[in-house]
Write a protein that binds this ligand. Sequence first.
Ligand code: ATP
Ligand code: MG
Length: 383
Amino acid sequence: MEKVVIIRYSELGLKSERVRRRMERALIEHLGRALPGVRVSRERGRIFLHTSSREAVERASRVFGVASVSPAEVVSAEFEELLKAGLEFALPRVRGRSFALRVRRVGEHEYRSTDIARELGRRILREADGARVELKKPEVEVFVEVRGDRAYLYDEVLRGVGGLPYGTQGKVLALVSGGIDSPVAAWMMMRRGCEVSVLFMNPQPLVDERTPKRAEQVVEVLASWASERLRMYVSPYGEVLLKLLKAEDYRMGCVLCKRMMYRVGERIAAREGALALVTGESLGQVASQTLPNLAAISASVRVPVLRPLIAMDKEEIIALARRIGTYGISVQPANCCLGPPPKPVTRATAERAESAEEGLEVEAMADELAERAELREVSPEEA
Ligand code: ATP
Ligand code: MG
């Protein structure tokens, strides 16, 4: 009996033929990368994995762009053969339980899907002790999908991660600290099809080595979702950060710090061909993330800043971080600079930021921090 895994993808059906082709190709490529040694094929507008491995099902459901997956048995679409195979498939599953048959058919056949449902249902009821039909909330669903000369039998539809195939939506530069939020933000853009490069601003010696270590570990997790190495820039931020925090207008410290990070990000994005920055800011979560402060921070750069977490609650972000696999790393002890100054400004303006930065040569500092950033290729974490 041939076994496959049916891969369904979301939204791709809505695109033009040309765009859909490109996305399908990307999805197939990434499935191949996530599942070395497994044959991936495309037939009649569906993608199939040729394997019966449960681990492959699990892995495939984590590939960006996959809406759902179903491990299935492939049988003949000839009426009598299909009924026989369908009965054999259904019997052990439906005994003593309520069930529904879900039949779909694509292509030319000498029968209709209702013929299959009626006849297969009749035979199941005759042979399976205690089975009964229940269309609304059955304990078991048996799916029969007829496509051309083949039919697929399955009883599970497992949800995939969704989104769009990795890399189909262009490149972004994610500012990742290693804390809970920024890895989730980077992951959300990856899921939406963006290729991600990472910038970590290393505050050493204001922090110890645990902080950069943690950042690298979360990037390993992100790389495993992409099934490829990610480019991570590490910029030596300690000295400049100390100067910014010593600014006369010390209550602006967090705003000045973020403006510098954005500036360095803008330069590295240009070098990487990334069209936007991505940050983990969430409205009102901390003092530096008020609307006026975000505006004052954004005013330091011209590159668009994407903030996928902006309207999410902390609990939602934490739940997502757990699912992604970064949460455990992010909550490991690590220190983040010196913490916010006493009474941090919550109603910053770009003007106030500019006057606080006067005499600091911030653009030249940003040039140098971008220049001195070290590039690492971070491999997926070991499974
Ligand atoms: P996170 O949980 O991501 O650390 P946060 O809620 O602690 O975020 P902030 O410390 O105000 O928020 O940082 C806001 C955003 O700035 C982060 O989400 C991240 O995108 C970026 N950022 C903060 N620190 C760094 C850093 N050391 N390197 C790179 N980006 C950073
Ligand atoms: Mg943080």
